[in-house]
Structures are given as structure tokens and as C-alpha cells.
Design a protein around this ligand. Structure first.
Ligand SMILES: *Cc1c(COP(=O)(O)O)cnc(C)c1O
Length: 418
């Protein structure tokens, strides 16, 4: 089949059998059909190679097709792919022990699922069950997934309003404002759920001291602190977990995206002994998942953690992140309002809506993949694999400078928007 015929077939199938609106949206954005991927590069149906500076929103921290993760999954595949559920699962046990070793102090237990939203579902359910309380404090612009429970604490009306009423008890406060939490928290508050760097919200970094104050407030009120590390976790921000730099110990922590090494889907909900005994002592089957913790996913995650440590990816994220932010800050343009981020979780905020979309189009033309954040279309995010090289960062920065210059030229021809 010719490249063009393949493209038409896939887009038609999207339009007829997947999601017609999405088919149009992706078509307009000019993306082709993905065919293969290796390291930081994705190849499309025409054989064009793109530098992946989106990194699957944090999934591809090890890059694409990491050979060690593939080998671990292959080996597990020939032994046993999925769990019987009646025998003890040794891969699950190994991964849980490994996570307890590297996680912030006290997070001794893990529950495994298949995605970020599921990890958040478990976190919310555990918090309610362990405290017997109903209220969950979440932040405006926060993103925790789109299943009904996770959506209940996701701070964007656009996704929530059409399906309300959602889980009762969610209260939203501005991100970064501990006083706002203090004003709402009380004896009925089960948990505060937070991202240390809001991803979909537009790459907002928590101000210094914010997490420590939330920890204190939670301690004062017998409330659990849930840190959602689905996107920030496993080295992305320059630390194994973004809350480590803040020296704050969560009661519950969620992981997903990068945990499967870009090869397998997996989610994890870590908790303290207090939380897990409150949840599971009376009923060990209180929360379960058929595919959660399956041997293939666990083998991928174990290999992933080894690679992150062996290749020193936390330090690399910090170093390359500084290079990327310095490069982007060096671009002189009135369109840019701010460049911000931590490690390799970087956002470029524009002064106007719609500019982000135009710049992304220009980047795509130049072979660089980026995206705007779901909850804030003024912000372009750059989250390349943590294995990205210094020269690939330079290449992306140069492409961004050109893309912005061309966007400025385009806008200058549209006096109405100027
Ligand atoms: C992506 C994301 C989720 C949801 O993960 P899915 O695997 O898409 O369900 C939850 N929390 C955060 C912080 C995320 O970035």
C-alpha cells in the first residue's frame, strides 16, 4: 500500500469508527500516521522522522523502544504473560518492594492498575475508606484523569460540566495557595490531592514551601495528602519524585505514564502502612483489578526503574532541562509571556490564545513534536525523553525560534489579530 493510501485508510477509519471530530482535529494539525519509533525519534507513514519533544505527555522518559525494557517483557512473555490471580505473582512482589525502596519514606505498599486515572481512582477511594470522610480538596487547573472519580477532582469545567453531578465532596482551590486550603480544610476532609508541577494545567510549578504547608495542614486535621506523580514522577522533574525536592512525605502517591518504560501500560497507587491497613485489613479484596499488576507490565516497570538509576536519568533531566529552558528564554519575541518548568517538564506560555496552535504547526513542519496543555491552550509543553541529547535540545530550540519568527510574520499579515 502506498503511503498516501495508508494515510487515507487510517483517517477514514478514524472518521467512521473511532471519533470523527478527532479525525478532523488531528488532520488539521497535519499529523501523519505513526509507523515506528526509536529513542527520541518517531517515523511516520512517509518515512519522515520527527524529534519527539512531547514524549507521550511523560510516557517516553526512556525514549521509544528501550531495548532493556523490551528484553524484560520478551523474557516474561515466554514464561507467563498475565497473572492467574490465585498464585502469588513474583513480578508484582518484586516491583512493590522496589518501589518501597525508592519512594518517599513511609510509602511501603503499592496497588497496581493500568493507567493514571485508575491510579487516582484507587487513591481517592483509599483516602475515603481510610478516613471515613467525604471531602477532597483539589486545585483549579489540576489534572487527574477523565474517569468519573478522577474527573471529580480535575479542575477544568469543560470536561466536568456535561457529566455532573460527579463524586460529591470535591472542593477546588487556586493552585499554589496554601491559605485557600486552610480556609476549606476541616474534620470532614479526607484528602488534599495535588500535582507538584501542574502538567495539563499549563506547567505551573508549586511555589517553595507550598507542599510543606499542605503537609502541616493535613497533619493538623487528620487529612491525607495525595501527591499525583503520574506525570512528574520517575525523574521527569530532575528528582525520582517531584515531592522529594520539597522534602514532603505524602500518605498516598500515584504513578503511571513513565512507569511502563514506554512499552507497557501500568499505574501504581502507593500508600503508607496506616492507609493500606485501614483499607484492606477487613476486606483484602476491597479494591482489585483483573489486569492490574500483570507480569508483563511489572517486568517492564522493574526494568524501567533499573534503567533510570543506571543511566542517571534524574540528573540528566535536570541538566538538559536547564539547557532547554535557557535556550527558550533566549528567544526574543513579544509573543512569549513566560518560559517555566522544572527538569524536562517545560512550558512556553504565549500572550494570546491560538498562538500556541500556530507555533505547534510550525514546529511540526520543522520535524519537532510538541503539544499544548489540555487545560491551558496558551501553553506549549516540551517533555522530551530524559535520554535526549544536548544537540537534540539545541535542534529543538533553533526550530522553536524559527517557528515563533514565522508565526510572528503570519500574524503581522492579520491586522485584526495584531
Ligand atoms: C495523565 C495524567 C493522569 C491520567 O492518566 P491516564 O493514564 O491518562 O488515565 C492523571 N494525573 C496526572 C498528573 C496526569 O498527568
Amino acid at each position: 500500500m502506498s503511503a498516501e493510501a495508508l494515510y487515507d485508510l487510517v483517517v477514514d477509519r478514524y472518521a467512521d469508527h473511532v471519533n470523527p471530530g478527532l479525525a478532523r482535529l488531528m488532520g488539521f494539525a497535519g499529523f501523519g500516521v505513526e509507523v515506528s519509533a526509536q529513542g527520541c525519534e518517531i517515523t511516520d507513514h512517509e518515512g519522515r522522522v520527527f524529534l519527539d519533544f512531547l514524549g507521550g505527555y511523560g510516557v517516553f522518559s526512556l525514549g521509544h523502544s528501550h531495548p532493556d525494557v523490551i528484553a524484560a517483557v520478551h523474557a516474561q512473555l515466554s514464561a507467563m504473560a498475565l497473572s492467574s490471580k490465585v498464585f502469588f505473582n513474583p513480578r508484582l512482589a518484586e516491583l512493590a518492594a522496589k518501589l518501597a525502596e525508592i519512594a518517599p519514606e513511609g510509602l511501603q505498599y503499592s496497588f497496581f492498575s493500568n493507567s493514571g486515572a485508575e491510579a487516582v481512582e484507587a487513591a481517592l477511594k483509599f483516602a475515603k475508606a481510610a478516613t471515613g470522610r467525604e471531602q477532597i480538596i483539589a486545585t483549579e487547573g489540576g489534572y487527574h484523569g477523565k474517569t468519573l472519580g478522577a474527573l471529580s477532582v480535575t479542575g477544568r469545567d469543560k470536561y466536568r460540566t456535561p457529566v455532573e453531578p460527579l463524586m460529591p465532596g470535591a472542593r477546588f482551590v487556586p493552585f499554589g495557595d496554601a491559605d485557600a486550603v486552610q480556609a476549606v480544610i476541616g474534620p470532614h476532609t479526607a484528602a488534599v490531592i495535588i500535582e507538584v508541577v501542574q502538567g495539563e494545567g499549563g506547567i505551573h510549578v508549586a511555589p517553595a514551601g507550598y507542599l510543606a504547608r499542605l503537609r502541616d495542614l493535613c497533619d493538623q486535621h487528620g487529612t491525607l495528602l495525595i501527591v499525583d506523580e503520574v506525570q512528574t514522577g520517575l525523574g521527569r522533574t530532575g528528582e525520582m519524585f517531584s515531592c522529594v525536592g520539597e522534602r514532603v512525605r505524602p500518605d498516598i502517591m500515584t504513578l503511571a505514564k513513565a512507569l511502563g518504560g514506554g512499552i507497557m501500560p501500568i499505574g501504581a497507587t502507593l500508600g503508607t502502612a496506616e492507609v493500606f491497613s485501614a483499607v484492606f485489613t477487613k476486606n483484602p479484596l476491597f479494591h482489585t483489578s483483573t489486569f492490574g499488576g500483570n507480569p508483563l507490565a511489572c517486568a517492564a516497570a522493574i526494568a524501567t526503574l533499573e534503567v533510570i538509576e543506571r543511566e542517571g536519568l534524574c540528573a540528566k533531566a535536570l541538566q538538559r532541562g536547564e539547557q532547554l529552558m535557557a535556550g527558550l528564554r533566549g528567544i526574543q519575541s513579544d509573543l512569549i509571556a513566560e518560559v517555566r518548568g522544572r527538569g524536562l517538564m517545560v512550558g512556553v506560555e504565549f500572550r494570546m490564545d491560538d498562538v500556541g496552535e500556530l507555533v505547534i504547526g510550525q514546529l511540526t513542519k520543522r520535524g519537532i513534536i510538541a503539544a499544548y496543555t489540555l487545560n491551558n491552550p496558551r501553553v506549549i509543553r516540551m517533555e522530551p525523553p530524559l535520554i535526549v541529547s544536548a544537540s537534540q535540545i539545541d535542534q529543538a530550540v533553533a526550530a522553536m525560534a524559527e517557528a515563533i519568527a514565522e508565526t510572528e510574520a503570519l500574524l503581522a499579515q492579520l491586522p485584526a489579530m495584531g
